[in-house]
Design a binder for this molecule. Structure first.
Ligand code: 13P
Length: 335
């Protein structure tokens, strides 16, 4: 019999652990590799992900699940094992990004709707067979004085709920990710505006999840934090933590087993500090942890620099940041 959704979610939310988002699309990982002057090829992408997934200390102590991109799920490591097998051997759960990207939304200038529902049931069956036990779908909402519109929030929330229902039917735990962008355009919104938009977005998302009969016990929420826009940053760690928790308490039912934040363009240290501050304000109704991409990887990518002789240094950098995030997931990180 397949493992219950609640049990998979519980493994993903193991105390003191969190998720590594290594699911950059081919276009996004190229941007990351550009920062170290490395060409993005199937092999360089494989080598980089293999370095992260074989960082034993990080994987054993701090990482409960890894989100992969489709190419990586089916890719073999240099020793012939699939990367998904390496994740399982480390005691973590393999996951897969299944949306096909945020696309311009018809009749809604400046806004996007995330696509990928057509044919998703068949793809999920294929991913399950390859070992994936959770999935991710990201909606992206840009903030200005007037955006996001109700129509864009609603369309994205509906797609998230349809995706989540398909996942649960396939025995896969859906990560529901409605990202309120801090680094979108124009990027100068206040933290008050972020709070209002995040609250409305989460409220509509949970309404749609209920309408589509999604089991709250069998899903994980991946939200952005309540934070001022990239060009307007002034809120303190305490303020980000307080406002984020206030919104989550208002909108996320206690039946949801866990919340795993994205880092969304925060610096590595900010993302760690904010998570720790929130956990220190517990007890909370749900597990509160990380599902970071950039905040977990930036230092490792720089330390590696695309050079085989730097693999050990890359693993050390990743293990260090994963340990800091793990402390933050327990509310125990200090500078
Ligand atoms: P960041 O932490 O870099 O925002 O990535 C997390 C993620 O998976 C976004 O979808």
């Amino acid at each position: 019999m397949s493992e219950r959704l609640e049990d998979i979610a519980a493994r993903m939310m193991t105390a003191g652990k969190g998720l590594l988002a290594a699911d950059e699309s081919t276009a996004t990982i190229k941007k990351r590799f550009d920062t170290i002057g490395l060409e993005s090829t199937e092999t360089s992408r494989r080598d980089y992900r293999q370095m992260l997934l074989t960082a034993d200390e990080a994987m054993r102590e701090s990482i409960s699940g890894v989100i992969l991109y489709e190419e990586t799920l089916f890719q073999a490591a240099s020793d012939g094992r699939t990367l998904a097998e390496i994740i399982v051997a480390a005691g973590a759960v393999p996951g897969i990004k299944v949306d096909t990207g945020a696309k311009p939304m018809a009749l809604f200038p400046g806004e996007t709707v995330t696509e990928g529902l057509d044919g998703l049931a068949a793809r999920l069956a294929k991913y399950y067979a390859a070992g994936a036990r959770f999935a991710k779908w990201r909606a992206a909402l840009a903030v200005s004085d007037t955006l996001p519109s109700f129509g864009a929030i609603k369309a994205n929330a509906h797609a998230l709920a349809r995706y989540a229902a398909l996942c649960q039917q396939a025995g896969i735990v859906p990560i529901v990710e409605p990202e309120v962008l801090m680094d979108g355009e124009p990027g100068n919104h206040t933290i008050e505006r972020s709070e209002a938009v995040t609250e409305e977005t989460l409220r509509i998302t949970f309404e749609e999840l209920a309408d589509q009969r999604v089991s709250l016990e069998g899903m994980i929420l991946k939200p952005s934090m309540v934070i001022d826009g990239r060009k307007a940053r002034r809120a303190s760690v305490q303020e980000v933590a307080e406002r984020t928790l206030r919104v989550l308490k208002r909108t996320v039912p206690a039946a949801v087993p866990g919340i795993a934040f994205l880092s969304g363009g925060q610096s590595t240290e900010e993302a760690t500090a904010h998570l720790s501050a929130m956990n220190a304000m517990g007890p909370l109704p749900w597990a509160l942890t990380f599902s970071y991409g950039r905040a977990l990887q930036t230092e490792a990518l720089e330390a590696w620099g695309g050079r085989p002789e730097n693999i050990a240094a890359g693993k050390r950098a990743f293990s260090h940041r994963a340990r800091m995030c793990s402390l933050a997931a327990r509310g125990k990180w200090t500078k």
